[in-house]
Design a protein around this ligand. Structure first.
Ligand SMILES: [Zn+2]
Length: 330
């Protein structure tokens, strides 16, 4: 259907060149055909045509409905964990979390550090929850829609966001603009080499994978680094991890049968739902605060163990399910 898509582009979102090769095919929520192409010049892989923002927001709402467990305690604990990391950078400042959901991660930061933590998300009910129930400053909309905040932030976190957006360059240029000089951005996203390989491997086996998560861009680590540099950043660190995940799910074992685990999900079944989950979940913050897993000693021990067990590979070797870039505004 025509209205699902924005017009197809003939110039690459990053380098502007117009020679593409076919990459793979997938479906979004059983309803929307996704055709991925790869730019022959810079290697960026993207859906062409791109679905509209409206379609993506509907898919997001449906996904929030399907995923019953929101892991709010782990988000809150993650915020406390992250505050240790932030304190090494600066004792205080303003952080922006892009794709903040209902804000428990941000609450975890504010409760355990001197940092002010703000968020932005396209899920309206989540933003309302963050503002009213958690007293977190959160904005409804896309990052690009934020106003009057040039040079405001010391740190911007984007955890699995950049694969969901509509235009990488304008997204990262905006990120740059709203950071203070010397401000940092931490960006984590699937390694496009491997995530894309899964779609391709499935296609070779005659399977068109149904995707619920709206990944419309796949970034090879070297392409993503170039885009960051183009948008005014200096790369501090860039690495991949999650090898186990890659071997299991992403076609590193040739011939392994890929399962379409989301086959039965169709967007029409969820289209008219309003996302009431956020308002009714009744999470008890006091209970979270006193949960045994929130103890500082326990968190620090777990961080130490996970650092030992998580192999970080410099992203020049693009092995591993996830890639991370830490970059600084020049
Ligand atoms: Zn390109």
């Amino acid at each position: 259907m025509e209205s699902y898509y924005k017009p197809a582009v003939h110039e690459c979102y990053f380098c502007g060149k117009s020679e593409f090769k076919n990459h793979s095919k997938a479906k979004y929520w059983s309803e929307i055909d996704l055709n991925f192409v790869e730019c022959k010049n810079c290697g960026l892989i993207f859906a062409n045509p791109m679905p509209t923002l409206d379609v993506i927001i509907k898919g997001n709402d449906a996904l929030n409905f399907v995923m019953k467990s929101r892991g709010t305690l782990s988000q809150y604990r993650g915020g406390k964990e992250f505050s240790f990391y932030l304190n090494k950078f600066k004792k205080s400042g303003i952080l922006l979390d892009v794709g903040c959901a209902e804000g428990f991660f941000l609450k975890g930061i504010e409760d355990h550090s001197e940092w002010k933590a703000e968020g932005v998300d396209v899920i309206e009910a989540a933003i309302e929850f963050a503002n009213t129930k958690l007293n977190i400053k959160a904005y409804f909309g896309t990052l690009e829609s934020l106003e009057n905040c040039d040079g405001k932030y010391d740190f911007i976190r984007m955890n699995n966001i950049i694969e969901h957006i509509q235009d990488t360059v304008s997204f990262l240029e905006k990120t740059n603009k709203i950071l203070k000089p010397g401000g940092q951005v931490l960006c984590s996203t699937p390694n496009g080499v491997q995530d894309g390989a899964m779609l391709k491997a499935a296609n070779r086996q005659g399977i068109i994978l149904n995707m619920l998560e709206n990944h419309f861009f796949y970034y090879k680590p070297k392409t993503l680094k170039k885009i960051f540099e183009y948008c005014g950043f200096r790369i501090i660190k860039s690495y991949c991890d999650g090898i186990k995940h890659s071997i299991k799910d992403f076609g590193l074992l040739p011939g392994a049968k890929i399962k379409n685990s989301y086959e039965k999900f169709n967007l029409s079944d969820y289209k008219n739902l309003t996302n009431i989950e956020f308002n009714t979940m009744g999470e008890d913050l006091d209970k979270m605060k006193s949960d045994p897993s929130m103890k500082t000693s326990k968190i620090k021990f777990n961080l130490f163990i996970s650092r030992l067990s998580k192999l970080r590979i410099p992203s020049v070797i693009p092995i591993g399910h996830q890639q991370t870039i830490l970059a600084e505004k020049i």
